[in-house]
Design a protein around this ligand. Sequence first.
Ligand code: BTN
Length: 260
Amino acid sequence: MGEDCFFEKIEKAFSEVLPGVPLFLYENIGSTNDEAKEYALSQNGKKDAFFIARTQSAGRGRRGRSFLSEEGGLYMSYLLHPSLSSEESLKLTLFAAVCVTEAIEELTGITVGIKWVNDILCEGKKLSGILSEGAFDKGGRFFEYAVIGIGINVKKTHFPKELADIAGDIESFAGECPDISRLAAALAKKLSAFESADPVSYMSRYREKSIAIGRTAEVISAGGNYFAKILDIDCDGALVVKTERGEQKKLISGEISIKL
Ligand code: BTN
């Protein structure tokens, strides 16, 4: 798809669902999350905005990983100014995971699940990841701004060897490629409802889509790795696990690895 057509289609799709909301489009950028953060710091007001790139040269994932961002994916960041305390940070990622899941399912008909905390999978393959970042006010208690960055593998992709077993793309599972501009706009519309969304409702949708609850997983945490049964995800998004020694723990960071 030509550059102009890609941009035109996204602009049109956004103007239909989110008229007047600033949208910044890039042919190639380091990271849309970085662009969103720079914009947040440079503007006088507190305007929310979306940032989308056709490719990223320095796409970032959680835990300092890079995120492959070649043509054929959706790389989008949403800058928002949530009334959220620092303890509630996880809610951004949890809400975004529900939005991504529902947007993909509504537009493609495939069924996807969420691996705590930020991975969207289809048949065990990662289709999408979420990286939420932000800055807090001087007291460190409330968000000054937040950025929700989302990467989705949309078109059929030949992943490098190290990703071939773990990553997947929508086109391969759906049998056809969804329109990236429609997917982006549908997702943006859902994300933009964060402030008015009911946490009880999106948390329950998150739990329903969780592929982790009830399974045994390897917990990868700063304090070391261990196996545990995943019991629940609590109302703040923490993972409730029971270790092999029968000890119950709540995790608010780290990640899990599940054999599917
Ligand atoms: C992960 O899987 O660990 C999170 C990946 C998040 C990737 C997206 S792509 C758009 C935005 N810009 C970035 O540099 N990262 C996020």
